[in-house]
Ligand binder design. Structure first.
Ligand SMILES: NC(=O)c1ccc[n+]([C@@H]2O[C@H](COP(=O)([O-])OP(=O)(O)OC[C@H]3O[C@@H](n4cnc5c(N)ncnc54)[C@H](O)[C@@H]3O)[C@@H](O)[C@H]2O)c1
Ligand SMILES: [Zn+2]
Length: 386
C-alpha cells in the first residue's frame, strides 16, 4: 500500500511545505522526500534512513556539479562521510551513452577496488545522470546502494522514481538497462531554481502526461492555473504537484514494478513516437519537448481510431501550448523515415507488431496493439511540419 504524508516544517523562519511518498515494493521499498532546502541536511537524512557508508561516489555533470557539489560535499562530510568522490558525465542526452556508462564503471573500480569499501552512489542531476548512474550502481559488484537527488522538474516527477535505469545504445533510447530501485530519493525543490526556463517547461510535459492519462483531477488543476504557478516554480504548488505525480507513479510502479503486466505502460503515453523523434532529431528537442509532440501524435492516432473525442484533443493541445511546449516539429522530409525506423525498435513492440498507449478521455488510457501502419504514419506526419 502506498503511504504519503504532508508535513509542514518550521526551518529558521519561513514555514516550509514538505512531503514524503513511500514507494512500497516489499524489500525494495523506499521513501521519496520532497521539500525545500533538504541538501544542507543530507548527511543526517542519509544516516536517519540507515545509509551508514563512509564513502560516497557522486555522479553529476559539470553544470549541476558546479552549482551544488560543494554544498553536497559539505553536507556529506557533516554527516560523517570520510571520502567523497566526484564523477562527471556530459550534460544532456548526448552524455547518456555506453562510453559514459563505462567511464562511471571504470571510476567506481579505480576508486573502490576493495570489496570492503562499498560506496554509497549519489546521483545529483536530471534524468540523464539518474538513468546512467543508476545503471552503473546496479552492475558494479552486482549492485551497490544508490540515492537519487533529482535536480530537474522532470527527474523530480518521473525519472528519479521507479527504478528504470538505462543508457541509449545503437541509436535506440534506453535499450541497455536494468530495473534497479534507489534506497532513497531526496528531492530538494530549491535546486530547481537554477534551471533555465526551457528545462522547467520540459518538466511540465511529464506532469501533463500524468494528468492526461492517470488523473483527471490533476489535469483540471493544471488547467485551472496550477500550470502557470508550476512554470514560475511557486513553492507550495510545486511541492503539491511533485508529490501528486510521485504518488501516481508510485501507485503504477507498485502494481507492475518489472513492466510485465501492461500497467506500467501508461507512463509511456507520448513516448513511442516521442522517443523516436527525440533520437531522430539529433538532440534538437529535450525529452519533455519530444514527449509533448509524441502526446499530440498519439492523440491524433486515438482520434483516427475513434478512441477519444475532439474535446480531449483540444484540451491537451491547449495545455501543452500554455506550457510553452511544441506541438509539432519542423523537419526535413528525410526525418519521417528515421522516426519510423527508430520507432520500430521500441521495446514494447513484439514481432513487428506495434504497441501504443492511447488516451481514451481525460485521466484514461488504453493499450492498443497492431495498429495499421498507415494510421501510425499519418499520426507521425501530423506532427512533422516542413
Ligand atoms: N527512468 C525513467 O523512468 C525516466 C522517466 C522519464 C525520463 N527519463 C529520462 O530522463 C532524461 C531526461 O531528463 P532531464 O529532462 O532531467 O534531462 P537532463 O538530465 O539532460 O537535464 C537537462 C539539463 O538541465 C541541466 N540541469 C539539471 N539540473 C539543473 C539545475 N538544478 N540547475 C541548472 N541546470 C540543471 C542539465 O545540466 C542538463 O543540461 C531522458 O534521458 C529520459 O529518457 C527517464
Ligand atoms: Zn519521459
Amino acid at each position: 500500500m502506498l503511504a504519503s504524508r504532508a508535513v509542514v516544517r518550521q526551518m529558521c523562519g519561513p514555514v516550509m511545505q514538505s512531503s514524503r511518498v513511500d514507494v512500497d515494493l516489499g524489500s525494495r521499498s523506499y521513501p521519496v522526500l520532497i521539500g525545500t532546502e533538504l541538501l544542507p541536511g543530507l548527511g543526517g537524512i542519509l544516516r536517519e534512513h540507515g545509509l551508514k557508508q563512509a564513502n560516497a561516489f557522486v555522479v553529476t555533470n559539470p553544470q549541476v556539479g558546479g552549482l551544488y557539489f560543494s554544498a553536497l560535499e559539505k553536507a556529506l562530510t557533516a554527516g560523517g562521510f570520510t571520502r567523497v568522490v566526484r564523477h562527471e558525465i556530459p550534460a544532456s542526452e548526448e552524455g547518456k551513452n555506453w562510453d559514459e556508462f563505462s567511464g562511471v564503471c571504470t571510476a567506481l573500480l579505480e576508486n573502490f577496488p576493495d570489496t570492503g569499501a562499498v560506496p554509497l552512489v549519489i546521483l545529483l542531476g536530471g534524468g540523464v545522470v539518474g538513468d546512467l548512474g543508476g545503471f552503473a550502481a546496479g552492475v558494479f559488484r552486482r549492485g551497490v546502494p544508490f540515492v537519487q537527488m533529482p535536480t530537474t522538474l522532470l527527474a523530480a516527477v518521473d525519472s528519479s522514481v521507479g527504478g528504470k535505469v538505462a543508457v541509449n545504445f545503437g541509436g535506440v533510447k534506453n535499450i541497455m538497462g536494468i530495473f534497479n530501485q534507489p534506497r532513497l530519493v531526496v528531492c530538494d525543490l530549491a535546486l530547481l531554481r537554477t534551471l533555465d526556463a526551457r528545462e522547467v517547461r520540459s518538466g511540465t510535459s511529464e506532469i501533463i502526461k500524468y494528468g492526461a492519462v492517470c488523473s483527471g483531477a490533476l489535469f483540471q488543476q493544471l488547467e485551472d492555473g496550477a500550470l502557470e504557478h508550476l512554470l514560475a516554480l511557486k513553492p507550495d504548488v510545486l511541492t503539491d504537484i511533485v508529490a501528486h505525480c510521485v504518488r501516481l507513479k508510485a501507485r503504477v510502479v507498485e502494481q507492475d514494478e518489472f513492466d510485465k503486466k501492461g500497467i506500467r505502460n501508461v507512463l509511456n503515453f507520448g513516448h513511442t513516437i516521442g522517443h523516436a523523434l527525440e533520437l531522430s532529431a539529433d538532440y534538437a528537442l529535450t525529452h519533455g519537448e519530444a514527449i509533448a509532440i509524441g502526446m499530440i501524435a498519439a492523440t491524433h492516432l486515438a482520434r483516427a481510431l475513434g478512441q477519444c473525442d475532439a474535446g480531449f484533443a483540444i484540451r491537451l493541445r491547449d495545455l501543452i501550448l500554455r506550457a510553452g511546449l511544441p506541438v509539432s516539429f519542423a523537419a526535413a522530409p528525410e526525418l519521417f523515415d528515421r522516426v519510423i525506423r527508430a520507432m520500430q525498435m521500441d521495446k514494447k513492440f513484439r514481432e513487428g507488431k506495434n504497441v501504443l498507449v492511447l488516451p481514451t478521455g481525460v485521466g484514461q488510457w488504453e493499450q492498443v496493439e497492431n495498429v495499421a501502419w498507415p494510421l501510425v504514419h499519418e499520426a507521425v506526419r501530423a506532427v512533422l511540419t516542413a
